[in-house]
Design a binder for this molecule. Structure first.
Ligand SMILES: *[C@@H]1O[C@H](CO)[C@@H](O)[C@H](O)[C@H]1NC(C)=O
Ligand SMILES: *[C@@H]1O[C@H](CO)[C@@H](O)[C@H](O)[C@H]1NC(C)=O
Ligand SMILES: *[C@@H]1O[C@H](CO)[C@@H](O)[C@H](O)[C@H]1NC(C)=O
Ligand SMILES: *[C@@H]1O[C@H](CO)[C@@H](O)[C@H](O)[C@H]1NC(C)=O
Ligand SMILES: *[C@@H]1O[C@H](CO)[C@@H](O)[C@H](O)[C@H]1NC(C)=O
Ligand SMILES: *[C@@H]1O[C@H](CO)[C@@H](O)[C@H](O)[C@H]1NC(C)=O
Ligand SMILES: *[C@@H]1O[C@H](CO)[C@@H](O)[C@H](O)[C@H]1NC(C)=O
Ligand SMILES: *[C@@H]1O[C@H](CO)[C@@H](O)[C@H](O)[C@H]1NC(C)=O
Ligand SMILES: *[C@@H]1O[C@H](CO)[C@@H](O)[C@H](O)[C@H]1NC(C)=O
Length: 798
């Protein structure tokens, strides 16, 4: 172990392993944003024993061994997953027993989801005194949830959803002081919600949805100041929703972010105290029996994004205070008894992406901002509402001209039956949709192109580039497509697809993500080609002249491990779009952190990604003299062969200094920023190496740097465990299966990564050396991502 890694430099933190590999706090909304995983920081208060086991493991304690035996006995294992639990306990704690993780001979994790397990959970479960996580979701386990779980002082996570548990939720669970997440959704539980759960002061995620629970919501739960997510939908809960939300206890604010109470039998009014939940982002009480009005105080919920009150008996009008809900994206008030007009602020002040007030008793005209954005099904069923479709004109003197008058009906009045309204609306909607579809997408880019754009390409039309990975030195001149007077300018680079500005602006687009620099869309062109389009935020780019000089340089860079820019577009009002290859496999972040346990990522693949990144970065640093400045796993994209491609390089050159400081700050929050950048403010090759090191650590540990490891960042966490010689504890459990074969490779890569994240910039290697060492650790077989690209020099010159 010749070592570049100096343990003296690493801080000395006491270490506890988190047991939460997938916090899974993914918010699903009605619209198609792809949200980043929101990782919740978990801080543990009590230090816990952590395994000091060597690669050979140690023997499980007698008490835990007995409990494991009963656990196996009482389960039914039709697929034989528990066959590995066959020896006298020797293998239980050394990786031989599937689904078990130990520390110091005690079981700390039992994780057996999607195994087809039946039977029931043994009452001896209480013997696992060190157990932190019990995850048995997606099986067919029946019987009751043992009250003995309440005797486990270390229990943090209980994932029993998608099973067949019966009986009631044991109130004893309230005695688990460290419990953080409890998900019992989609079982057959009955009885009431135990108020004692509110005694777990670390509990932040409670999911009891899709059971047959009855009774009302206990007041102590409403008063909780730890719970963030409370999901109670699809039960038989009833009574009035308590009015005790948002009570600040000794200066600690309530944490609720999401309350889903839909599909129950709640009655009575909406509690005003909900308005005190300052962090609330989503509330759903649809399909209940709520009466009364919508409290004006709801206008104080400044972070509210989704509100669904549909299918209740709510009356009164929509409060004008809703104009203050600037975060609101989705509003569903369908099937209630609301009266009054739709207040125009809903169209003017709010930017809603989903809206529905159908089947109420609203009157007046629909603001054009809403009627142009949402189809008539969002407004139907309000007899006195007009102006949302051709068949509901607001002026009595202007009958619809293009729609044939419907045959008179038996009522003998001018009013149409609901069926007719729907038929006519449907016809009109289909016609309008075809038109609006295109307009909407153009609106996405904020600019509707006026006239058709003329193809005034300088080089004789698009598509002239020689395909394939052409050497970076000999690009054909960029092809410029000037659009009509009102239009903008589209510039293609080598390897272009033959699209016009019109094709691009009217492509079907879907938001993939947002960053400091702008929003990324997946755009499908008319011919089915897919591209990624980055729409840069306004006022963050340099002057147009400087911008064009820089973007023309970046657009010429071609390397198998760098994401190629294919074109850019400058709109007439200064809007800027960058067009890149679309990578169907998405980013390394998603690939690594948002996958099921049944799709492991093996060491070979991880190594291939590490090497590819190093090659891409080498090309940037040595051949193009570009500092990336924002290298994160979400900026590393994967092609269909899992070859990594670094994205977003060079963009900092297009931006103002202020925008770039912003990016550096964000990188800090994400855990990829070199420590010296907090003072230095300007990225360099050594700060890029730091970020590369963090990503390699991410590949080794399977942990996201955003995930707080007891309040320290990923490099510090790894370094401190290594220092205490618990090295095997840092690696992703998945990799440990083959530890006997690849153990040395893991260790050497770990050393290299720690070298890259050395707190002292001068101690970090240059990228040539990183690549060289990675190639020494695992020599390439026939590599597909070799140095065959233009620009990337094959020689390692040190
Ligand atoms: C016990 O389990 C191990 C690990 O799965 C397996 O290799 C071994 O063959 C099993 N032994 C018996 C007797 O089933
Ligand atoms: C509930 O569990 C069943 C299997 O027990 C599964 O088929 C179904 O998809 C689950 N429902 C949800 C909403 O996850
Ligand atoms: C919560 O804990 C306190 C004391 O620790 C106890 O008095 C109380 O009964 C508990 N509440 C519930 C609902 O179990
Ligand atoms: C609760 O569980 C349901 C069904 O299993 C799931 O759809 C929902 O996303 C979960 N909600 C939270 C907040 O965990
Ligand atoms: C919006 O909020 C501001 C400040 O909190 C308040 O003064 C104003 O009255 C609110 N607007 C409405 C319509 O409630
Ligand atoms: C709707 O509200 C009106 C008064 O505004 C009331 O007369 C009517 O009974 C209500 N309908 C329902 C279904 O609650
Ligand atoms: C409204 O939201 C959409 C996405 O939901 C966004 O593209 C658009 O720029 C927003 N408009 C305004 C004026 O904020
Ligand atoms: C609609 O509201 C009016 C009063 O505003 C009321 O007279 C009427 O009964 C309501 N219609 C329904 C269907 O609730
Ligand atoms: C509005 O809600 C009604 C009733 O749930 C539904 O049929 C309709 O499709 C919805 N329309 C929109 C635009 O969401």
């Amino acid at each position: 172990m010749e070592s570049n890694f100096n343990p003296q430099k690493t801080p000395n933190f006491s270490i506890k392993t988190t047991t939460f590999d997938q916090p899974n706090i993914l918010f699903t909304h009605h619209f198609t944003f792809v949200f980043h995983l929101l990782l919740i920081c978990i801080f543990f208060t009590h230090p816990l024993p952590v395994s000091t086991q060597s690669w050979d493991g140690i023997i499980v304690t007698e008490s835990d061994f007995q409990a494991l035996q009963s656990f196996k006995q009482e389960l039914i294992d039709p697929n034989g997953f528990l066959k590995s639990w066959n020896d006298s306990g020797y293998g239980a704690c050394s990786g031989g027993w599937q689904g078990i993780k130990c520390a110091q001979g005690q079981v700390i994790v039992i994780q057996l989801p999607w195994r087809g397990l039946g039977g029931q959970i043994t009452s001896k479960i209480g013997q696992f005194q060190a157990l932190r996580k019990l995850s048995l979701h997606d099986n067919v386990i029946a019987g009751s949830i043992p009250k003995e779980l309440g005797f486990i002082p270390n229990l943090r996570g209980l994932q029993l959803f998608n099973n067949r548990f019966t009986g009631s939720i044991p109130p004893a669970l309230g005695s688990c002081p460290l419990l953080q997440t409890i998900d019992l959704s989609n079982n057959s539980l009955v009885g009431t919600i135990p108020a004692s759960l509110a005694n777990c002061s670390k509990l932040y995620r409670v999911n009891l949805s899709s059971n047959s629970l009855s009774g009302s919501i206990p007041i102590p739960i409403a008063k909780s100041n730890s719970i963030m997510f409370l999901a109670l939908q699809f039960n038989k809960l009833s009574g009035v929703i308590p009015d005790s939300w948002g009570i600040e206890k000794i200066g600690v604010k309530p944490m609720f972010q999401s309350l889903t109470f839909d599909h129950n039998f709640f009655s009575g009014p909406l509690p005003v105290s909900l308005s005190k939940l300052t962090d609330l982002q989503e509330i759903s009480v649809s399909h209940n029996q709520i009466t009364g009005t919508v409290p004006v105080e709801f206008g104080e919920l400044s972070k509210l994004q989704v509100i669904d009150l549909s299918y209740n008996f709510i009356n009164g009008s929509i409060p004008t205070s809703f104009s203050n809900l600037t975060s609101l994206k989705s509003m569903n008030f369908a099937h209630n008894n609301l009266t009054g007009e739709i207040p125009t602020f809903l169209g003017e002040k709010l930017n809603l992406s989903s809206f529905n007030v159908s089947y109420n008793n609203l009157s007046g005209s629909v603001p054009t901002q809403l009627s142009s954005k949402f189809d008539s099904s969002a407004f139907v069923g309000n007899l006195d509402l007009c102006g949302y479709s051709l068949s509901t004109p607001c002026l009595p003197s202007s009958p619809p001209s293009t729609i044939p008058s419907p045959p008179s009906n038996h009522r003998g009045s001018n009013k149409l039956t609901t069926k007719e309204i729907i038929l006519i609306a449907a016809g009109a909607v289909i016609a309008i949709l075809l038109i609006i579809c295109c307009i909407l997408l153009c609106c996405l880019f904020k600019k509707r192109q006026g006239g058709r754009q003329k193809d005034a390409a300088a080089g004789g039309g698009p598509g002239g580039g020689s395909g394939g990975p052409v050497a970076g030195k000999m690009e054909p001149p960029p092809q410029v497509e000037a659009a009509g007077e009102a239009g903008g300018k589209l510039v293609h680079f080598e390897g272009t697809m033959g699209f016009t500005a019109d094709d691009l602006l009217c492509a079907t687009a879907e938001i993939m993500g947002k960053s400091t620099y702008g929003t990324v869309y997946k755009a499908t062109l008319e011919d089915g080609d897919q591209v990624a389009v980055k729409r840069l935020r306004e006022k963050i780019t340099k002057s147009q002249r400087e911008f064009e000089i820089e973007v023309n340089l970046i657009g010429k860079i071609r390397h198998p491990n760098l994401l190629a820019m294919r074109a850019y577009y400058l709109g007439p009002k200064g809007e800027k779009l960058l067009v890149f290859d679309y990578m169907p496999k998405g980013s390394l972040t998603t690939f690594l952190h948002a996958r099921g346990p049944e799709t492991p990522v093996n060491w070979l693949t991880r190594m291939q990604i590490a090497k590819g990144m190093a090659r891409g970065l080498l090309s940037l640093h040595t051949h193009h003299n570009i500092i990336h400045g924002n290298l994160t796993s979400s900026n590393v994209l994967l092609d269909e062969n899992i070859n990594p491609k670094i994205a977003d390089f060079g963009l900092s050159r297009l931006m103002t200094t202020a925008a770039n400081s912003n990016v550096i700050a964000t990188a800090g929050a994400l855990g990829y920023r070199a420590p010296e950048l907090s003072k230095l403010k300007k990225a360099n090759t050594k700060t890029d190496i730091y970020s590369l090191g963090v990503i390699i650590l991410e590949l080794l540990t399977g942990k996201s740097p955003g995930e707080a490891m007891n309040g320290v960042d990923l490099p510090q966490w790894v370094a401190s465990i290594v220092k205490e010689e618990w090295t095997n504890e840092v690696f992703d459990l998945e990799l440990m299966k083959d530890a006997s074969v690849i153990g040395d490779e893991l260790l050497n890569t770990l050393k290299l990564a720690l070298h890259c994240v050395d707190p002292s910039p001068s101690a970090r290697p240059e990228v040539q050396l990183v690549l060289q060492q990675l190639e020494e650790i695992r020599p390439d077989a026939a590599t597909s991502s070799g140095d065959d690209g233009g620009g990337a020099g094959p020689s390692i010159s040190e």
